[in-house]
Design a protein around this ligand. Sequence first.
Ligand code: NOJ
Length: 564
Amino acid sequence: MDQNLLAAVEGGHDKLASLSSGENVLSPSTEDPLWWRHAVIYQVYVRSFADGNGDGTGDIAGLRSRLPYLAALGIDAIWITPWYASPLADGGYDVSDYRAIHPDFGTIEEAELLIAEGLELGIRTIIDVVPNHLSDQHAWFKEALAAGPGSPERERFWFVDSEDIPNHWVSPFDGETWTQTTNEDGTPGQWYLHLFTPEQPDVNWNHPDVRKEYEDVLKFWFDRGVGGVRIDSAALLIKDPELSEVVGEPAAGEHPWQDRDELHEVYASWRAIADSYPGARALVGELWLPDVERFVQYMRPNELHTAFNFDFMSRQWSAQQVRESIDMTLNAHEPVGAPSTWVLSNHDVTRPVTRLGREDSTFSFLTKEFNTPTDLELGTRRSRAAALLTAALPGSLYIYQGDELGLPEVENIPRNKIDDPMHFKSGGTKPGRDGCRVPLPWTREGSSYGFGEDGASSAWLPQPHGWANLSVEAQLEDDNSMLALYTRAIKIRHESADLREGGFTWLTSEPGVVAFRRGESLTCITNFADQPVRLPDGARVLLVSDELVDGELPQDATAWLAAK
Ligand code: NOJ
């Protein structure tokens, strides 16, 4: 690693430590069996985090070199997006071998070192498992194509004989979900199902080989010490064997390819595997479900530990919307005994600084438009407020890499550099998700802001001009930076039993203000109204997202208070 950057990261460790009490900033012990209930989990999009070998692509070597940065930030775990062998037709969510690392990212040995080094710093590693589909370059699919219609190899997928497209299921990426193969003699062959791109054929979960294979993949990685698994497209695995059309709004449990009841039995068997390992290995579901009652059923005690709560980021930035989402989420989770999660963004959605700076601040999956008017200054202020608000809520907290730096969505990626299949599936009308996947800026200078060594290949997605002041290096020197705010918040959260485990109580507040207490004495107040709001008398301010004005909390700001 570049000497200057090394100094910045090492210096950064001390600097971040000194932002609060100056004590050891390492996360709590990795022995805690309930760690997943209140963990702070940092999402690493490995291709864009840090480039250790200077080829312009992030990798495990880069990630290992920055573990001190993550330890200083105070997180408990990292979730790494797919790092497996893959043609990268969908950023690695098209896996050709679940037991091998993509050579651009490193090797299995490096993955093992990362897991071990992380644990030494109190950081667990959560990996991404993709069980709904695999790559068309995976051995199973290649064998199925070669073996031809009617072969046992094809039964692991959804191959269908049909004159016309077998049905009209619409992909979450837009467009059709079937591709017709060509027979050896050049005649039209069978169709196969792919809910996402044609390069991602869906596997058939009614087939015993499929169940066994993914259970073995879980064991392969649990044996290597991973602390958990994030399950991609977790609600989509089971399909109606009749492949019936989607008619209107199907009743709960009757959608032909989403949220089918048979899924619960799959996750119960995964839970049994996770529980057979020491050290509380956690299962985290990616479940986009509109019905919160159905959603929480996946977190009954013998199924998943947690699932991403996407409702919160689908709301407008308003007191009423935010309060409603928190209420709904907490009330739904309570009866199943599972903790909720709080997620402001991830590698699929518009960065919060941009999203919250728009008139419509809701997120709806994969429907971003080019050139939406945005006020980044407003978005940054609101992102700071949102960071403190979500960090004060009960449950686990997810931070997507770069949000701790307040990076905006990159909206001017040259068309010839766009990589995301979603852009192409939209016929080029939508920008796709690359704008939130641009490599991180680590230093003010350097050919890729320290993402790779100076003089190394430029980053795989171009970084915009003007990111010097958003770099880690610059923010480590600024006590008011987004990075400083996140670091302080995580530190307080770890030290406060109220924030980690305390109860949750709404407090009466003025219109446009959201206020609640955690445990005995910690109060969180967010002001959405256009007037500053008075803070309660006799409270000590622990942390604010924005400067108080004459002792009052300004609009779009959050304060954490403690009883004096
Ligand atoms: C959800 C992942 O987060 C996204 O990036 C991916 O494209 C789809 N699942 C398909 O695997």
